[in-house]
Write a protein that binds this ligand. Sequence first.
Ligand code: NAD
Length: 229
Amino acid sequence: MLKDKVALVTGSTSGIGLGIAQELAKAGAHIVLNGLGDAGEIERVRAEMAAIQQVQVIYVPADLSQPDQAAEMVHAAGRALGRVDILVNNAGIQFVAPVEEFPAAKWHQILAINLSSNFFAMQAAIPGMKSRGWGRIINIASAHGLVGSPFKSAYVAAKHGVLGLTKVAALELAQTGITVNAVCPGYVRTPLVEGQITDQMKVHGLSREAVIRDVILGSQPNKRFVEVA
Ligand code: NAD
């Protein structure tokens, strides 16, 4: 079903996004990678995915903290591979601090990457999907789109926003052949979570083991990280 579809996965140079891109390539979709990272390593991943899965794989280096780059990324993907059939809005960052100490620049950056980029990428991708009568939009929200945790004001606000945006777009597009869904993972072992452990140790004043057991996995019912693969 996915053979020769074109899938754009934001934030696919690492973690969950890379895992999603790999699975879509395995299913026969052509892939547009996006995300930050070392240019040589990104090219190695791109070339390996293309060679092993025998699909086209390109990389579009948009910085999604800049709203205009999200739309330009979709247009660049369309110019290179003809269209975007599947859009996975996955890029995201985290920062932990109490509300009263939360830096304004971090608030704006998290809202831009974790929420606004989803909106602007969808806005650019929907017209082509509509004209073909088929599209899939998957927004990677979080359990923090459903519940709150202390010290994560920007992240939790952005992820709640992603769920709202997803619901509105799903209703608007319900009769067009385009589905819009959000996924709300619990804790997945990726660089984003690894980085958080140290930050959480500082704000909670806890050891690494205590942060993993009581803060990170505290409300994860099976007390295990989800693994990407
Ligand atoms: P990760 O740090 O491994 O990957 C994040 C990706 O986003 C990377 O490719 C990075 O380069 C990209 N990115 C960051 N800033 C960017 C920017 N300005 N422009 C373009 N790309 C940018 O993190 P992950 O854990 O794989 O997270 C992926 C998504 O899943 C995020 O939206 C995150 O909020 C969500 N999520 C993660 C978990 C978890 O436990 N890891 C749980 C729920 C939701």
